[in-house]
Ligand binder design. Sequence first.
Ligand code: NAD
Length: 459
Amino acid sequence: MDTIPIILSRQRDFFKSQKMKDVPYRLSLLKALKKEIIASEHAIYDALKKDFKKPEFETFISEFGLVMSELNLAIKNLKKWARPKRVRSSILTFPVRDYIYKEPYGNILIIAPWNYPFLLAIEPLIMAIAAGNTVILKPSELTKHTSQRIADIVQRTFPEAVATTIEGGVEIATELLAQKWDYIFFTGSVPVGKIVARAAAKHLTPVTLELGGKSPCIIDDTANLKLAARRISWGKFLNAGQTCIAADYIIIKSNIKDVFIDALKIEIVKRYGDNPKDSSDLPRIINKKNVQRIADMLAGSQVIFGGHVDVENCYIAPTLIDTPHLDSKIMRDEIFGPVLPILTYDTEQDIEHIIWNGNKPLALYVFSKNNTFVEQTIKKYNFGGGVVNDLLIHFGNHRLPFGGVGASGMGAYHGKTGFNTFSHHKAISKRGNWLDPSVRYAPYKGKLGLLKKMFKYFS
Ligand code: NAD
């Protein structure tokens, strides 16, 4: 295989050829990608099953289906999105017509994580290509079967000078980050996000960082508790809790805690049976290292449900933890597994104390029928995005931008926002020649009064 600098230099040359500016060409690439993905559907399910026993149902709902929606959306709207957009002009610069041109950045690096290994590699690829960039994509080395499938699909779809996959781990990622890119799109953990940001800063390369953190789920005493338990048992244990926007922990009004815990236990048993290890619907933890990491969090915690850990088989049962200390490991680090701590509150200051104890979350959830409480909560805390009375579903609407804030990330994508993320918005004013008022030209004597009036009335 050619070295990274050689492949990148081919992509640079290809970008300079202007072929990526051709919208019909980009459309043909997206249609080819769609054909390859459809042809690989079962191989994709198979790969994720091999990687961490992800059930086909979950792969469809949380990876394949979302990728296909995004791809169809891009194919349907690309011509419209790519067109220069005329905007209202200022009378101060009359006669003029003003436009925003969407131009591709150029050569893009995408680094993907393992937890939704197909979705989080292919979705940014779709929008980067739609916007007219070339791409080098590095999937996660931890999901090696999915990584191979992605590499096959990309290789069969794109000329190498347009897009290619480079598989590998930290070493390869480090080598990739040492190159000069026009944009870097990274999804992964906060510590690696900082490494990416440092590498990008060297060349002032713009970045999107889709990171993680601890996302709280607040339940007040007006909430429909049975429904909350049902929905949380879905959103928390989907993908075995290995979801960046999973509820990391619950903060519940103290007077309803016991009723909620009982309801949640019932729902977990309904989902996965009395022995979740036998359930084919519960994925495994990605590797032994991560099982051990989560097991270390459980040590010293008060387990009130589940708690079974089998390192050899990468299994952790859906587990509930009662009232951990805020300075315990489980409340300091992102859990990223099927373990749910339950904390209580009595006053709003209690909630503030818990949430402001950590970084700005990627997601925040609130279960309540009290609109005032809901609105106050949404407005009080900084977080990437969230849901009222459910988990995760904001991810599924392409009209909502998806991204973090503060330590949970910077930038956003999904749908048209994704296309815009991979496009530089170039401002262009086209001036008419038939009028050229003399007010801006020296000598200025006697013109300032008129200028001030024009600014007052027309700006
Ligand atoms: P990770 O940061 O360990 O790895 C992500 C990618 O970075 C992988 O491709 C990996 O090979 C690469 N990488 C690892 N170490 C590197 C280094 N030192 N230098 C350069 N690259 C390196 O993350 P992960 O374990 O794959 O994923 C889990 C994390 O990702 C969680 O924190 C989760 O919250 C976050 N996440 C965020 C989103 C989001 O959309 N915001 C989505 C999924 C996961």
